[in-house]
Structures are given as C-alpha cells and as structure tokens.
Ligand binder design. Sequence first.
Ligand code: UD1
Ligand code: CA
Length: 486
Amino acid sequence: MSLNSSSPAAVIVLAAGAGTRMKSSLPKVLHSIGGRSLVGHALDAAVSLKPEHLVAVVRHERERVVEHLLAHNADLVIADQDEIPGTGRAVEQGLEAIGSVTGTVVVTYGDVPLLTPETLNALVTEHQNAGNAVTVLSADVPDATGYGRIVRDDSGLVTQIVEHKDALKIAEETGDSTLVDITEINSGIYAFDGKILSQSLAQVTTENVQGEKYLTDVLELAREAGGRVAAYVTDDLMEVEGVNDRVQLATLGAELNRRVTQRWMRSGVTIIDPSTTWIDVDVELAQDVTIKPNTQLHGTTTIATGATIGPDTTLHDVQVGENATVRRTEATQAKIGPNANVGPFTYIRPGTVLGEHGKIGAFYETKNVNIGRGAKLSHLGYAGDADIGENTNIGCGNITANYDGVNKHRTTIGAEVRTGSNTVFTAPVEIGDGAYTAAGAVVRKNVPPGALTMNAVDQRIIEDWVLERRAGSAAAEAAQKARDKS
Ligand code: UD1
Ligand code: CA
C-alpha cells in the first residue's frame, strides 16, 4: 500500500450527534470497545494522518465530551455546532474553528471505531493522486437501509449522494425505485479539497426531507463547479460501520477483539480460545505468551515472554514477568515478577509487587505489598501495606491487621522468615530476618532476627467436658464409646 500521500490540512471528526438509540446517560462517543472510547478510536485513526489541524465538532453533552476529548488529545481543536442540524453544518463549523484552509480536508465520524489508519491513508492517497475535488469512502452492502446512496455516471464518477429518506420519497413520487435499490453506500468518510469544500458548504441549504444541512450535497455542488468527484470502495464493511445502539456496540467490540487476538496470534502468542479471550487495544504481549480460556487483559497490561495467563483471569494494568504463571486470578495495577506463580483464586489489588520466583497462592488477597524474590504466600490470607523479604515463607491463614479502625499501618517482615499458620501481624510491627512465629501467634511487638515468637497462653485439657456439658449429643456418645473401648 502506498504511504506517500501528503498530510492533510485538517481532519474533522464529527461528534455532535445525540446518540439517542444508545439509551444511555453516557454520551454515545464515550462508550468504549477494546478499552478505548469510540471517539478515542476515531481520533487515533485521524492522528495517524498527521494533519496540520485535528478538529472535533461537538454539541450534545458538550462539557463531558470535550473533557474526554482533550484528555485523549490535548492538541485538539474543539468546534461547537449551533442549532442548525446536519453533517454539512457540523463540517462548516469545524472549518470555521481553524480559519481558511487550502489542501486536503478529511471528515470522519466519532462513532466509527474500526476505521484503520491504512484505509484512511489509502483514501487520502487516492484523492490526491487523482486530483479529486471530493473522494468518498464507499462500500457495497447487503442492506443499504438508512444510508446515503452513491449515484455514479457512465464513467464511474460520482454525480451525487441521495439520502435514504430522500430516495424513498423520490420512489414514492415517481414509482421509480432505482435510487433505493443502489447498494453502494456512503460511509460518511471523505477527503475533500478544502477550498471547494468551504465554497460548496456556503451554498448547501436545508431543503430536504430531514430539514438538515447535508454534507453529501457538497458532492453535487463540487461536480457542478467542475471538480472531479469519485468514490474509493472498501470491501471491509466493519471498518465503515458506525455504532448507533448497544447491539452494534457489542458487534463491533467483538469484531475489534477478533482482529486484536488474531494480530497477537500472528505475532507468536498462543490463544487457546480467542472467542472467550478479550484483549484491550493497548495491551502488549511478547512472543510465546500463552493465554488460556476466559481471560480478559485490560488497560496497559503487559505480559513478558513465556508467561501463561488463565484460565479465568482478569488483569487490569498489570505487568507480568517472563515465564510467570497467573491462573484464575483478578489483579489490578500490580507487578508480577519473572517465574512467579499466582493463583488459583487470588485477588491482587493495586500496589502489589511480587518478586521473581515468588508465589501468591489460593484464596489470598493482597494490596500495597512488596513481596521479595522467592517469598511465598501460599494459601488463605491477607497481606496489605507490608514488605516481605526474600525467601520468606508465610504460613497458611496469615493476616496483616493493617487497619486500626482509623489509620493504616505497615508490617515489615524480613528475609528467610518462617511464619506459623494463622499468624496475625498487628501493624505497625517488624519481624527481623530469619525469625519464626508459632501457629496462631498474634504479633504485636517487634520480633528480633532469629527469634521465635508465640503467645504465652498454655493449651488446657478439661477432661470429660463433653460428657458433662453435652450429655446425650452425638459427640458425647462417640466419646463414651471410645472410653469404653480403652
Ligand atoms: C450520514 C450521511 C449518509 C451516510 C451515513 C453513514 C449525511 C447527510 N448523510 O447519515 O449519507 O450513509 O452518514 O453513517 O451526511 N453529526 C454531527 N452533527 C449533526 C449531525 C450528525 O456532528 O448535526 C455527526 C454524528 O454525531 C455522527 C455523524 O455525524 O457521528 C453521522 O450522523 P448520523 O445522523 O448518524 O448520519 P446520517 O445523517 O443519518
Ligand atoms: Ca449513523
């Protein structure tokens, strides 16, 4: 594919529409697929053209949309659309926001998320190489309902675009359904000669079935003024598909995911079941990573080579080191070291850092904890606000009691420590290197290196307690039988 088009003067992304069919309090273009908002996808595709000006036209839920847009792209020019409706008016106001332009002006939609930089670039290249006044990105679709129809002349050039509702009206009035039957549709994405675009828009009226200023009217006007108007046909229908409701949101989300998982498989990642594996667009996977079924990788998650993730694992902004294993785990904003082992049934919260060869096992919850190289938290417990040294073994059922009801405190456990089952660390507290804790220890005071700590409550035996206090119970009966035998 030729990549030799010159950068456009502007890309104008239309995002003023209401998105009523989403039935949502969230503006449509802020809904996301693949971990990025719809308009975020549109802006990223636009940025790939390196335009001189990047413009977004807004109106519906202006404040919320603008805040999101500027967070995504600080250099963006915001253009407000007034009460005059229509895509033509939107583009007109987009142009007003940047003053007069010469050169190519590209128009895209904020609700068309799968359009790729490659297709956009091919459209602009074709437009510039052919010296067109307008080049519209079109597609041949099985059902053209709702779309503007591309009308071509005998030489294949475009004469006009007729909106669906206008085509229906013409068919009703004349009995001729030629226009309605056209299956080549307007995607709504175009490359224009900037000067011709602004001159034509000044002549566009709202005299049509919908009472809107149609951008599509520019094509006929440009042609009448002597310009060459052509269509660039794409056969990838998904790329030009817009989101109008949540069914389309899911369809395009699944399609994006299919493309993302395929890209990773082609670059050397094993994905056992792509249909149940969801990977956000910003995730990075190294070669020879294996992803097992029902796994979701979100945000800025990165997985290093040789690591195995899943099954049934959800990671948000997690870094996983080489050859690590993470199964049946939910983790957020955490770092899992090389050759470390996590899961099954593990809940890892922000600030967890697990060292190389470390382990966080079954039914563990962690938060804000540094776990040293080779340290193991194997089963049933909670570690929060703590530092755990190298090669320390934390016994079953240990808890860092980090919260005194008002403040959080830190637990510091040294290297090569061995803790007994059900140890409770009442923070703030420090355990020196090589220390031991006894089973059931409640550690309130600092433990020096190499010491054993236990709580001096002797185990008492009260003979016959069950026979006397639980007389007639199954336990008492069993006890009586055992006594009789001996
Ligand atoms: C438009 C095209 C139609 C094309 C279709 C592709 C016109 C007149 N028609 O249809 O030929 O087949 O897109 O989807 O252009 N928008 C604004 N301001 C407005 C109106 C729309 O910013 O006043 C934005 C919307 O947010 C949306 C896009 O423009 O992102 C398209 O609007 P929509 O109403 O969905 O398209 P149609 O006009 O139905
Ligand atoms: Ca639409």
